[in-house]
Ligand binder design. Structure first.
Ligand SMILES: Nc1ncnc2c1ncn2[C@@H]1O[C@H](COP(=O)(O)OP(=O)(O)OP(=O)(O)O)[C@@H](O)[C@H]1O
Length: 770
C-alpha cells in the first residue's frame, strides 16, 4: 500500500478528531499566527527529521517527536498498516496517547517529555493503544477493528508517570523541547495545520530554538533502565504493528521471504496463504477470528486472557513483556536488525494465555514462524525463566521444532506424508523455508532402512544439479547405518532397526507439484472446447526430460516417476523422492530389485514383472527404459488428463493389462500427430523399443523439423514440372532428381540446358492446354 497515497487529504477545516486537543486549547489562548513563527517551526522540524526507513526498522536509538495533536483514526490506520514509510507518524501516537488519557495538562507535558525523550531511543506507535487513547475524539465508525484500550496500558502510563517523577529535572528540561518538537512535527503532518501551529503560545516559540541542544542533552537525564527497556519493547511492538496481521512478512535484507503459515498443512498451492486456524478448535482460548485480519491492522481482541497479555507489570521490567502479547494473532519481533543485517524475527500465532505468550524461543532459532498450537504445559516450562539477563536454556519443544545437526527448524505445517515419511514445511533461523523429510526407522528391516538412507547418497551425488531438489542438510540418528550407506556396504543385512532412529533431510522447498499443476490445468480446460496448450506442454515436458536425463547420466534409475515427484521451485520443475531409486552397476544397464516398486499407474511392464523370467528364460530387470515408460504415462496424463490405464482400477486389472504385450493403448485423435508419436515412443511395450532421453529431446514434438529451404522447394517444383511434362524427356528428370538429392549446383552449361528444356516443356504444356 502506498502510505503517502493513503494519507488523508487534509480538509480545509480539520475534523475534530484530527485536531490535537492541546493544540486547540493553546490555539484558543494564543494570540495570532505569526509567519515568523512558522518559519521557525519549519526550520526546527527540518533539523529533526525522522530517521530514514532503514533506521526506523531498527530498535536502536531514533528520533522522536511528541506531538499532542490527535490525527484522525484513519490516518493512524494507514500509517501502521504499512510496513514502510516515515515513522514520525508512529511516534506521534504514543505520546498522544499518553497525553490524552493519563495526565493533566502539566503532568502530561512532563510525562510526555519523558516519553518523548525516551522515544529518542525507541520510537513506537502501538496503533491500538493510540486508537484507544484517542477515545474522546476518535470516531468509532473509522475503526477497522475493535480497538479497545487494554487495561495494561494504564499500567504503562503509570509506569511512565512514576519514572517521570523520578526524573523530574529531566522532564523540566525536556518539557520545552517537546512542545516545540510537536509543533514542528505538526507542520509536516498537515499543511492545513500551519495556522493551528502558528497559534502556539510564545513559550513554545522560545523553546523551539533550543530543540537541538535539548535533544543532545538527553543522556544527562538518566532515564531509568526500566523505561529504556520499555521503549525497546515498545519499539519492537511498533515494528510488529507494521507487519500485516496474518501474513508474516519476514523483513531484512537477507530475508526476502514472505512466510505463509498454515498450521495443519503447508500451503503447497498458495503463494499467499492465510494463517490457518484448524487448531483453534483444540483451544477455545484462541481468537478464532484473528485469521480474518489479513490486510488489516492487527487488533486487540479483548478477552479475559488478552487483557492480561498487555499488562505492564510495574514491578517487572517491561522487557519481560512478550511482544507476542501485544497482538493475539501474529507476533513479529525484530531484534537489532540493522546491526546484523539479518532477520531476527519471531512470528507466532497467538497463544491463548499470557503464560504462553511468555514462551521463549530456543537460542538456536532467532527467527521463528509458528503456526502450531502451543501446548500449555510445554510453554509453562519454558516460560518460567524471566528476565533478559537470565541464561537461556538450550532446550526446545519438539512439537514446534526439528533439530537437524544442531540447527533448529521451526515447523510450519505438514506438507504430506508418503508411504514411509512425513514431510514438513519448516523455516530456518535465516528465514529460509525448507521441506523437512523425516523417516522413521524403528521397526523396519535393516535393508529397507538402508534403502531410505540411500536417498541421502543420491541427493549428495546430485548436489548442484539444478533440476534435482537440493539436499541442504541431513542427519541420520543411526550413525552406523549412514556410514554403511556412504561406504556402500551393508553388514547388518537381516536385522531390524530396534532403536528409535530417524532420518532427517532438509530439502529445498517446492511450491507446487506437477500433479497439482495438472489437476488445476485440467480444471480450467474441462467444460470448455479447449485442449491442452502445446507450448505449456513442451515447456514442462522438456524440463521433465532434462531432470530425468540428469539422473540417468549419473546412472540412477528413479523407479517412481510420477507427476507428484516433480516439484516447481522458482518456476522450474525439479525431481524429488529418490526413496526407491537404484544405482545402476557399472557393468550393466539394469538394476535388480527385491520387490515390485513404484506407483501402479506409472509402473512399466518390467517393473510389474521384476525378477521374473521372460520367454527366453532371462531375468526381467528394470533399467532406464522403465523410467521412460513412466514418463510416457506422465505425458499421456498431461495430454489427456488421465493415465493410460486409468480405466483399470484394481491392482490385478492394472497388472493384467500392463503386462499384456498385445494390449493396445488408446490414443485419441490430436491436432498434432507428433504428440501421439512421442507417447508411443515412450510407451512401447518392448523396453528395447523405447526411446532414450537424448532421442526424446530431439523428437519432432520438441524439435519440430525445419521447413525445407526455398531453393529446395524450387527444385521440388521443377521436378514436379519435369515429371508432369512427359516421360519422353529422359535427361531433365534425372538431373532434377539429382538436384533434389544433392542440391549442389550443376555445371553452368547443364543448368542452362536444363532451363531451356524446361521452358520448352512448359510452353508445350501451355499449348496442350489451349
Ligand atoms: N522438497 C519438497 N518441497 C515440498 N514438498 C515436498 C518436498 N519433498 C516432498 N514433498 C512432498 O511431500 C510428500 C511426500 O514426499 P516424498 O514423496 O518425498 O515422500 P515418500 O515417503 O517417498 O512419498 P511416496 O510414498 O508418495 O513416494 C509429497 O506430497 C511431496 O509433494
Amino acid at each position: 500500500m502506498d502510505r503517502e497515497a493513503n494519507l488523508p487529504v487534509p480538509p480545509d477545516k480539520p475534523p475534530k478528531s484530527m485536531v490535537r486537543p492541546t493544540l486547540n486549547q493553546e490555539s484558543s489562548s494564543s494570540s495570532s499566527s505569526s509567519p515568523e513563527l512558522i518559519r521557525h517551526l519549519q526550520a526546527a522540524f527540518k533539523r529533526h527529521r525522522p530517521l530514514n526507513k532503514m533506521q526506523t526498522s531498527t530498535i536502536g536509538p531514533r528520533r522522536s517527536v511528541v506531538p499532542q495533536r490527535q490525527p484522525s483514526r484513519s490516518s493512524r490506520l494507514e500509517t501502521v498498516s504499512t510496513a514502510e514509510g516515515p515513522k514520525s507518524q508512529d511516534v506521534v501516537t504514543l505520546s498522544q496517547s499518553l497525553a490524552a488519557n493519563t495526565l493533566t495538562q502539566d503532568s502530561r507535558n512532563l510525562a510526555t517529555s519523558v516519553a518523548g525523550e525516551s522515544i529518542e531511543n525507541a520510537s513506537i506507535t502501538p496503533p491500538s493503544l493510540s486508537g484507544t487513547m484517542f477515545g474522546e475524539n476518535f470516531n468509532p465508525s473509522d475503526r477497522q477493528m475493535d480497538l479497545t484500550k487494554p487495561p495494561a496500558f494504564a499500567s504503562l502510563e503509570s509506569n511512565l508517570d512514576v519514572v517521570g517523577s523520578r526524573n523530574e529535572n529531566a522532564h523540566k528540561k525536556v518539557q520545552s523541547l517537546i512542545g516545540s518538537t510537536l509543533t514542528s512535527h505538526d507542520m509536516e503532518w498537515d499543511a492545513t495545520n500551519q495556522a493551528e501551529a502558528s497559534n502556539l503560545g510564545a513559550r513554545k516559540h522560545q523553546n523551539l530554538q533550543s530543540v537541538d541542544s535539548e535533544i543532545s542533552l538527553k543522556s544527562e537525564y538518566r532515564v531509568s533502565s526500566s523505561l529504556a527497556k520499555m521503549q525497546g519493547q515498545l519499539g519492537e511492538f511498533r515494528n510488529f504493528l507494521n507487519q500485516p496481521a496474518s501474513q508474516c512478512s519476514v523483513m531484512g535484507s537477507s530475508c526476502a521471504t514472505t512466510t505463509l503459515i498454515h498450521s495443519s498443512s503447508a500451503p503447497m498451492l498458495n503463494a499467499t496463504t492465510q494463517v490457518s486456524r484448524s487448531y483453534v478448535e483444540a483451544d477455545q482460548n484462541v481468537n478464532a477470528h484473528a485469521v480474518q485480519t489479513q490486510g488489516n491492522l492487527p487488533s486487540f481482541h479483548p478477552s479475559s486472557k488478552d487483557n492480561n497479555i498487555l499488562h505492564v507489570n510495574k514491578d517487572a521490567p517491561l522487557s519481560e513483556m512478550p511482544s507476542s502479547a501485544m497482538d493475539p494473532e501474529v507476533r513479529v519481533k525484530e531484534t537489532n536488525m540493522s546491526k546484523h543485517q539479518q532477520c531476527t524475527t519471531e512470528i507466532e500465532v497467538p497463544v491463548a494465555s499470557s503464560s504462553q505468550s511468555n514462551a521463549r524461543l530456543p537460542d538456536e532459532l532467532h527467527t521463528s514462524v509458528s503456526s502450531q498450537p502451543q501446548k500449555p504445559d510445554k510453554h509453562e516450562k519454558v516460560a518460567s525463566s524471566k528476565g533478559t539477563s537470565a541464561p537461556r536454556k538450550k532446550n526446545y519443544d519438539p512439537d514446534l521444532f526439528f533439530k537437524v545437526n544442531g540447527k533448529l527448524y521451526q515447523r510450519l505445517g505438514k506438507i504430506g506424508s508418503g508411504g514411509s515419511s512425513e514431510v514438513h514445511k519448516v523455516i530456518s533461523s535465516d528465514c529460509t523455508i525448507y521441506a523437512l523429510k523425516k523417516i522413521k526407522l524403528k521397526g523396519r528391516d535393516y535393508a529397507t532402512a538402508y534403502g531410505f538412507c540411500q536417498e541421502i547418497g543420491y541427493l549428495k551425488k546430485l548436489k548442484g544439479k539444478t533440476n534435482i531438489i537440493q539436499l541442504v542438510d541431513y542427519e541420520v540418528t543411526d550413525k552406523t547405518l549412514l556410514q554403511e550407506v556412504l561406504n556402500g556396504t551393508m553388514i547388518n543385512k537381516d536385522g531390524r532397526v530396534k532403536d528409535d532412529g530417524f532420518i532427517y533431510m532438509v530439502l529445498e522447498y517446492g511450491e507446487i507439484d506437477l500433479a497439482h499443476m495438472l489437476s488445476q490445468k485440467w480444471k480450467e480446460i474441462e467444460g470448455s472446447d479447449r485442449t491442452i496448450d502445446e507450448n505449456w506442454l513442451r515447456f514442462y515436458w522438456q524440463q521433465i526430460l532434462q531432470a530425468v536425463n540428469t539422473i540417468h547420466e549419473e546412472r540412477i534409475v528413479h523407479s517412481d516417476l510420477k507427476p507428484a515427484n516433480f516439484l516447481l521451485v522458482r518456476g522450474f520443475l525439479k525431481l524429488i523422492d529418490f526413496g526407491i531409486a537404484k544405482a545402476i552397476n557399472s557393468d550393466t544397464t539394469n538394476i535388480q530389485r527385491d520387490s515390485q516398486v513404484g506407483t501402479l499407474s506409472y509402473m512399466s511392464p518390467e517393473a510389474f514383472m521384476c525378477n521374473e523370467s521372460d520367454e527366453n528364460g532371462n531375468t526381467i530387470k528394470c533399467g532406464r527404459p522403465s523410467d521412460i515408460w513412466s514418463l510416457g504415462c506422465i505425458l499421456y496424463q498431461m495430454v489427456y488428463g488421465r493415465t493410460p490405464f486409468a480405466d483399470y482400477k484394481t491392482f490385478w486389472a492394472k497388472f493384467k493389462v500392463i503386462t499384456d504385450p498385445n494390449h493396445e493403448i488408446t490414443y485419441n485423435q490430436l491436432s498434432n500427430p507428433w504428440l501421439i508419436d512421442l507417447m508411443k515412443k515412450c510407451l512401447a511395450w518392448d523396453r528395447n523399443q523405447r526411446w532414450r532421453i537424448p532421442e526424446l529431446l530431439q523428437h519432432p514434438f520438441l524439435a519440430p523439423p525445419i521447413p525445407p529451404e526455398p531453393r529446395v522447394r524450387n527444385i521440388q517444383l521443377l521436378s514436379h514440372i519435369a515429371e508432369s511434362s512427359g516421360s519422353d524427356d529422359h535427361k531433365a528428370i534425372p538431373q532434377l532428381e539429382q538436384l533434389l538429392i544433392d542440391p549442389v549446383p550443376l555445371p553452368r552449361n547443364d543448368l542452362l540446358e536444363l532451363c531451356v528444356q524446361l521452358q520448352d516443356r512448359l510452353r508445350g504444356l501451355e499449348g496442350e492446354k489451349q
